[in-house]
Ligand binder design. Structure first.
Ligand code: MN
Length: 203
């Protein structure tokens, strides 16, 4: 997977590849403002303060997530998770569905896109507390749907993360309040499957 390197020892808040209101009505500009502009910014600020002692000098974000624990892992993990989350979206599209080799792999593994979607939403809705539901690929290209609590990322299990839905309440509370399942089922309209397929091909 692509490596994210620090710039002069500091990681930076990612620039979104779309306007703050581009994902409406699925994700509002207000949610983007808080989620990207405040929550993610805080993880970046916290990690940069932790890195000031030089312990992870020259390491990529992905390497830090693989080897760190405690606050370094939590903040680096949340940056990586949110970078993957925010860059996998595009404006809402009717009939949005996987493409190319990833579409074929999803059909092979889960029977159909609908069956995959159902299992992914079920794992997202069933995760107790804060965390993430992931689609990832192993070295053979086989696909896995997993739940990760808090800042967890499947790369710590040797998998390549492809797609993730954030189920921390901050991700959906302004737009959906307590209705996590409604948020999860709405997100399919804004998945940028070109981007997700590129992660699969480039693993
Ligand atoms: Mn989040």
């Amino acid at each position: 997977m692509k490596k994210t390197m620090p710039n002069n020892g500091q990681f930076e808040l990612i620039t979104l590849p779309y306007a703050p209101d581009a994902l409406e009505p699925v994700i509002s500009a207000q949610t983007i403002g808080f989620h990207h502009g405040k929550h993610l910014q805080t993880y970046v600020t916290n990690l940069n303060a932790i890195l000031a002692d030089g312990k992870f000098a020259g390491k990529s974000l992905e390497e830090i997530v693989s080897v760190a624990d405690g606050a370094a892992f939590n903040n680096a993990g949340q940056i990586l998770n949110h970078n993957l989350y925010f860059t996998q979206f595009a404006a809402p599209k009717q009939g949005n569905a996987p493409i190319g080799t990833l579409a074929a792999a999803i059909e092979k593994q889960f029977g159909s896109f609908d069956a995959f979607r159902e299992e992914f939403e079920k794992k997202g809705a069933g995760l107790f507390g804060s965390g993430w539901v992931w689609l990832s690929a192993d070295a053979d290209g086989a696909l896995h749907i997993t739940q990760e609590g808090n800042a967890g990322n499947p790369l710590t299990k040797g998998l390549t993360p492809l797609l993730t839905f954030d189920v921390w309440e901050h991700a959906y509370y302004l737009d959906f309040q307590n209705r996590r399942a409604a948020y999860l089922s709405a997100l399919w309209q804004i998945v940028n499957w070109q981007e997700v397929e590129q992660r699969y091909i480039g693993r």
